[in-house]
Design a protein around this ligand. Structure first.
Ligand code: SAM
Length: 462
């Protein structure tokens, strides 16, 4: 395997490597003379000629130049944009192999990064149909040959947008909306926003599709500019696609590349979209937090319930609760539920959703978990928890929150994670500081087929 070691570790060098496994973020891993080479686009089982692109002290990075022997798990990507678009990174790997490698990555991350021993066997919940599963997409406007286009950011680029005609992981309706919005924006005479120069008008489009009704809501985010252009777009899109009756206009003048606008205005329909998640009817706005894959979210919520053994007398805390989905699912089975959430509008919606579902035993507190637990003694002064559910963002639990969480001595902890590295770090800290806890269940829910993202459910008991 490999060429002479004298060639290694100079950018531009060509090597022939065998890919042994898949790293987090979907890159192939090869070992050359004892060094790790991370190869973009390569899959376990590939033998490939690669060109080194970056040399770091602990590893090198490379791109595939030619496949000498393809992996038996390689498949033809469904999407014509695959490889350019920054959305999916594993469409060229068979679905069975995606799930197998994600499970291996999760185990390796917990064992090596989190130094966790004696892990329970990881259960896996794959999707029956791993396509068209996302209920929310954030597209960007770009400019191609002088025309406004709508698409997704090019791989590893914040500047360039790849025009998308059809997205295989979004509902069909989202692709239809994309085409209509693109046609309307292109006919407006206004250009797409250019981040480098901070000029241009059209910036982002967020599409949300309710799974239970196939009704959609869009948020069109622009720079400051003519209102009539967005009104005309809203009129054209809602007329041509009656399932997309709700249009919100957001204005963002910030340079940063995030779709969250500074102000919003309703142009058509309502700024609330309703969907059915398990037994709950939930309302959300374009930027509210809701799990992007509701088929898998429902399976995850069933798993949470199954692991709690609620008898109706329990006090449950749902930390990082979003619009209240888990808290409200549990409220029907527990005595009292407290949800904590930092985004004020998510909190408002959680309260509205409690009312909408006739649940009176759920209380939602707005604030950062770490601040509420340390400065306001939320867990220390409030009723003792029987179950703590933790579903933090990618960064994991804030270090300040960990001790007060453990001092609450909850008999059960449920940790839901979208980032194996954060999960490994937090589980290691929890088990070191409170050795009374035992990790009893680990389940990988494949929320994000065709991408390298991993969602995990972990249950701890003491
Ligand atoms: C992964 S989502 C969990 C949502 C929810 N459990 C669900 O299943 O829909 C994380 C949530 O935590 C919120 N959040 C982020 N940082 C936070 C913090 N420091 N304190 C409280 N909430 C936070 C985010 O706004 C987001 O709604």
């Amino acid at each position: 395997m490999g060429n002479s070691s004298a060639l290694l570790f100079r950018p531009g060098d060509l090597l022939t490597v065998d890919i042994e496994k898949l790293a987090l973020l979907g890159r192939g891993v090869a070992r050359v003379d004892g060094k790790t080479v991370l190869v973009r686009g390569a899959l376990p089982g590939d033998r490939a000629q690669v060109r080194l692109t970056k040399i770091k002290s602990n590893c090198a990075q490379a791109d595939v130049v030619a496949l000498e022997q393809p992996s038996p798990d390689r498949v033809t990507p469904r999407c014509g944009h695959f490889g350019f678009c920054g959305g999916c990174d594993l469409q060229h790997l068979s679905y069975a192999a995606q799930v197998r490698w994600k499970t291996a990555q999760l185990a390796e991350t917990l064992e090596h990064l989190g130094r966790l021993r004696h892990l329970p066997e990881i259960s896996v919940v794959p999707m029956d149909d791993p396509w068209h599963y996302r209920n929310k997409m954030e597209f960007s406007f770009g400019q191609e040959a002088g025309r406004v286009v709508v698409g997704l950011h090019q791989k590893a680029s914040f500047q360039r947008v790849v025009k998308i005609d059809h997205c295989w992981i979004a509902p069909e309706l989202a692709s239809q909306i994309l085409q209509e919005v693109e046609a309307a924006a292109a006919g407006s005479g206004l250009s797409a926003y250019r981040p480098k120069e901070h000029t241009g008008f059209w910036r982002y489009m967020v599409v949300r599709v309710a799974r239970s009704t196939n009704q959609a809501m869009i948020l069109i985010v622009t720079n400051e500019g003519p209102r009539q252009a967005v009104e005309a777009l809203a009129k054209q899109v809602t007329r041509r696609l009656p399932q997309c009756a709700h249009v919100v206009w957001g204005i963002s003048t910030r340079v940063s590349d995030v779709a969250h606008p500074e102000k919003t205005e309703l142009l058509a329909g309502s700024d609330l979209l309703e969907d059915q998640i398990g037994p709950l009817t939930l309302q959300m706005r374009p930027m509210s937090f809701l799990q992007p894959n509701l088929i898998q979210a429902e399976a995850l919520y069933r798993e949470i319930l199954a692991n709690m053994d609620l008898k109706g007398q329990e006090v449950v805390y749902d930390l990082y609760c979003g619009i209240g989905t888990i808290a409200l699912m549990l409220a029907a089975k527990a005595k009292t539920v407290y949800g904590i959430e930092s985004e004020p509008d998510n909190c408002t919606l959680a309260r509205m959703n409690a009312g909408r579902n006739g649940l009176k035993n759920a209380t939602f507190v707005c604030g950062k978990v770490e601040e509420l637990l340390t400065r306001r003694g939320l867990l220390r002064l409030g009723p003792r928890p029987d179950v703590l559910v933790l579903d933090p963002p990618r960064a994991g639990i804030h270090p300040d929150a960990l001790n007060p969480l453990l001092q609450a001595q909850s008999p059960r902890l449920i940790y839901i994670s979208c980032n194996p590295a954060g999960l490994a770090r937090d589980l290691q800290l929890i088990l070191e500081r409170e050795p009374g806890y035992r990790l009893t269940k680990l389940t990988l829910f494949d929320f994000f087929p065709q991408t390298s993202h991993i969602e995990t459910f972990a249950a701890l008991e003491r």
